[in-house]
Design a protein around this ligand. Sequence first.
Ligand code: 4AD
Ligand code: MG
Length: 476
Amino acid sequence: MKNEYSIFELLKTKPVGTSMTLSGWVRTFRSNRFIALNDGSTAKNLQCVVDFESFDESLLKRITTGACIRVSGKIAESLGKGQPIELMVESLEILGDSDPEKYPLQPKKHSLEFLREIAHLRSRTTTFGAIFRVRHHLAYAIHQYFNENGFFYVHTPVITGSDAEGAGELFNVSVLDKKNIPFTDSGEVDYSRDFFGKEANLTVSGQLEAELLALGLGKVYTFGPTFRAENSNTARHLAEFWMIEPEMAFYDLRENMDLAESFLKYIIRYTLTHAEEDLSILGQRLTDEDASKPVDQRAMPLLDKLKFVTENDFQRITYTEAIDILLNSPFHKKKKFNFPVEWGMDLQSEHERYLVEKHFKSPVIITDYPAAIKAFYMRLNDDEKTVRAMDILVPGIGEIVGGSQREERYDVLLDRIKQFGIAEESLWWYLDTRRFGTCPHSGFGLGFERLVQFVTGMSNIRDVIPFPRTPGNCEF
Ligand code: 4AD
Ligand code: MG
C-alpha cells in the first residue's frame, strides 16, 4: 500500500525504465492527459501521463484537483520541458474523490488570509508544504546541534504550579465545577479542592525546571509547547508556541551569547543545505510580494538574508548604548517614534526594528537591560540598576531570543523575589538550588515560530504553525 518511492526520491534518482505504483493528490489535470501529482515529499509534482483512449471516460472525470489517486506505470524520460521524468500510467485507481465544485483549493493563487480559514487543507498548497517542511528541518537541526554539543534533551512539565516569567499571563488548568466554584472565607477561589490541591497553569516557559536539571546534568535543553494568555493580536504572538530553552551550568553571559549565535548560524546553515528548494520557493514568493512595494521598503532577498546571517558576526551592544543610538537617530529627531525614548523604558518593536533594520542592518544582541523591566531570575550587575540579560533581535521580526545569566547568589535572588512580590514559598525548590551547590549558569529561550518566520520570510506567525492558537481562534 505505502509508496515505495517518494516523488522527492524519484526526481533525485530518476530511475528511467522502472515500474512502480505511487499514490498522491492531484494538483491539476490538463488536456485529459497530464496529471500533476504531489505526495507532499517535495514541492515538485510528478507528471503522470494518461493515454485517455485506454481509460474509461467516467474514471477520467474523477481525476480532479484535490482527488487522491493511485497510479501504476513505468518511469520514462520526459519529452516535455519542465520535468526530467514522467510516469506513463498503465493503471489508475481513485482513492478519494474531490468534488471540483466544492473543493476550496482551486489551482490558482489564494490569499494567506483565506488559507488560514482552511488550515485543515492548506498543507496541500505549494507555499504551506514548503513552510512545514522547513519547519521540520529546523526542528531536526536544533536537536542535532545540541546532541553534537553535549546537551541533554530534557522534558519539563506542561502543567505547572508556578509562573516562571512572573508575567501573569497564564492559562488556568482546573477541573472545578464551573457552576459551583468553591470559595474560601476571604472570597477567593478555593484551589485546595481542585485537581492538584493548588492553583495550576499551563507553563509559560520551561526555564526554571531546566535550571534545576542543568545544576545536575550540566548542559540541557527543552523543546516544547508554551502558553501565554496575552491578548496581543499581532503578527508575532501566539497563545500556544514552541520554545527551545538551553540552560548551561558554568556559562557566563558572554558564553551564553556565543552559544546562541553559533546555534542560530548552525541551524540556518543546515536548513539552507537541506531545504534549499523549499527556501527558493519561499524566497520567490517574497520577491513577488515585495514587487508591489516601493523599492526602499523591500526586504533583502530571502536566501541572501539567510546567508548574510550565517556569514557575519551579530552586533553586540548594551541596552544603554541602544538608547543612545535611538536618542541620536534622525528618527527620534524627526519625532517619528510613537513611544518616547528614555533610559528605563522597555524597547518597543518600532525601536527594535529601527536598530536592526535601519541602523545595524544585521542581527543585534542587546545586553544589560534595566533590572526593573526584566524577570526576577536575571543576575544583577554591580551597578545594581541593570541585569545580565540578552535579547537577540533580527530584521523583520524583532526579538527572537530572550535569555540571561541567572542570579546564583541566594541572598540577592531572595531580595529580587521579594521585590517582585512573588511568594517565597512558591519557589522553595528554586531557591534550594542556590542553597546547595549553587553555581554561575545561563540560558536562553528561542521562540520556534519566530525562527520559522525569519527563515521562511513569512510575515504572519499564524502561517508558520499548522494550527495557530490566537485570541478568539481555536479552530481545528
Ligand atoms: O523572552 P521570553 O519571554 O523569555 C522566556 O520565556 C525565558 N524564560 C527564556 C529563557 O531564558 N529560557 O520568551 C522567549 C522567546 C522570545 O524571544 C520570543 O521569540 C518567543 O519566546 N515568544 C513568543 N513567540 C510567539 N508568541 C508569543 N506570545 C511569544 N512570547 C515569547
Ligand atoms: Mg523577552
